[in-house]
Design a protein. Structure first.
Length: 387
């Protein structure tokens, strides 16, 4: 028997697709008489303008006008205001999304994006498919946006205790909530080689202290000034910079690298982040929830240098309160923080043990098992709520 799972995302950043892929990969691992077929749908590709440009608009907003994005985030983050926006946007996607549902005939619909939960409910009703359960998998930490928390969703999977509490406050019934951890790709747990082996495989120096720099899937924001600040700081280490989909930044850094005093490896979008994290001693990153969760599983302490206004603010508190790294929001602070901790083995070890304690190990496999059960039975399992 085959069951179909439809993941709804939008490529605003890399985290939503990464979360869906992680759960999909875990679905592929499930043995048994039932086979799971899954598909990831970027809903913006079915919408009319301006929603059709959601991904590029998000990248542009973050690259050129983060405060405007932050203002929009806060302006939409209220139940009444959000409902008004949903009503206004519905005509732009309603029919197309209904057609996606009727054509694919999923057994479960999984929303991995805050803007798609109401949309999924509406389109499900339009398609006359009320029997198909809708599961929301939240990929943000802290005080998540109103759009994520839909009491009517059949099940909401949350990554952290803070989000669980917020969901309860916003009226999501506890029996529809599961605290299962951020959905990180099973590969992060399956890497079993040593640091030296991964360095060799990646062509990185075996003995040097390595700082890995990342800025989510888009690779924008303050990645350039942060890299230059660290490269000029006269620290004895090797930098590995992952520029993600930002090809212009990659080209610029490749041009600058030979004239900088610190050795540097510049990489574009990579599919071997688990190995890169294992090879590194320290991760210098923007506050992407996926990257932070992955770093905990890879046990590489983090220095957070930037965050997406609104949406990633809660992630700064998450890093601080869990003691898994430091937050340093200017280039000067990044340099002084990295200088303080990069050779402080005791401090790094403490952060690593904090990471071990909170790492969302097995998260995607647990989420996949839950979705598989829902797909098979057509119902949310009646196990007691976690959290
Ligand atoms: N990522 C990747 N390759 C890259 C850069 C990033 O696979 O070259 C992944 C990263 O491992 C994480 C996701 O993209 O899973 C980024 O998600 P996050 O929530 O950290 O930030 P976002 O991109 O959504 O802002």
């Amino acid at each position: 028997m085959t069951k179909r799972v439809l993941f709804l995302i939008s490529d605003t950043g890399g985290g939503h697709r990464a979360g869906a892929q992680a759960v999909g990969a875990a679905l592929d691992e499930i043995d048994g008489a039932t086979r799971f077929e899954w598909r990831i749908d970027d809903i913006a590709t079915h919408c009319t303008f301006p929603l059709s440009k959601l991904g590029p608009a998000y990248s542009a907003a973050l690259r050129y006008a983060p405060p405007i994005y932050g203002a929009l985030y806060y302006a939409t983050n209220g139940r009444r205001r959000y409902k008004t926006i949903v009503r206004f946007c519905e005509p732009l996607y309603r029919e197309r999304l209904r057609d996606v549902f009727t054509q694919y005939q999923p057994d479960v619909i999984v929303s991995v994006h805050p803007l798609l939960n109401h949309a999924a409910l509406r389109a499900r009703a339009d398609a006359g498919m009320q029997h198909v359960p809708i599961v929301t998998v939240i990929t943000d930490l802290g005080r998540v946006h109103e759009g994520w928390l839909l009491p009517e969703a059949d099940l909401t999977v949350v990554p952290a205790r803070e989000v669980y509490q917020r969901a309860i406050e916003r009226g999501v019934p506890p029996e529809r909530l599961r605290l299962l951890g951020h959905p990180i790709h099973p590969r992060f747990e399956d890497v079993s080689g040593s640091k030296a082996e991964y360095r060799k495989k990646l062509g990185l120096p075996e003995k040097a202290t390595i700082a890995l720099l990342m800025a989510g899937g888009e690779g924008g924001g303050k990645l350039l000034p942060t890299t230059l600040g660290l490269a000029k700081a006269g620290l004895d280490f090797h930098l590995v910079v992952v520029t993600g989909r930002n090809a212009a930044l990659k080209a610029k850094l490749e041009e600058l690298a030979p004239s900088l005093p610190t050795p540097m490896t510049v990489l574009g979008f990579r599919h071997d982040v688990p190995e890169l994290m294992r090879a590194a001693d320290l991760l210098v990153t923007k506050a992407g929830p996926g990257t932070i969760a992955e770093a905990s599983v890879a046990e590489v302490p983090v220095v957070v240098y930037d965050y997406v206004p609104g949406q990633e603010r809660g992630n700064l508190d998450y890093v601080r309160t869990n003691g898994i790294g430091v937050v340093a929001l200017s280039t000067a602070e990044v340099v002084s923080s990295v200088r303080r901790i990069v050779h402080n083995q005791e401090r790094l070890a403490t952060m690593r043990s904090q990471q071990t304690a909170i790492a969302p190990r097995g998260s995607s496999r647990r989420i996949a098992e839950l979705i598989a059960e829902i797909a098979k039975t057509g119902r949310r399992p009646t196990i007691p709520a976690a959290g």
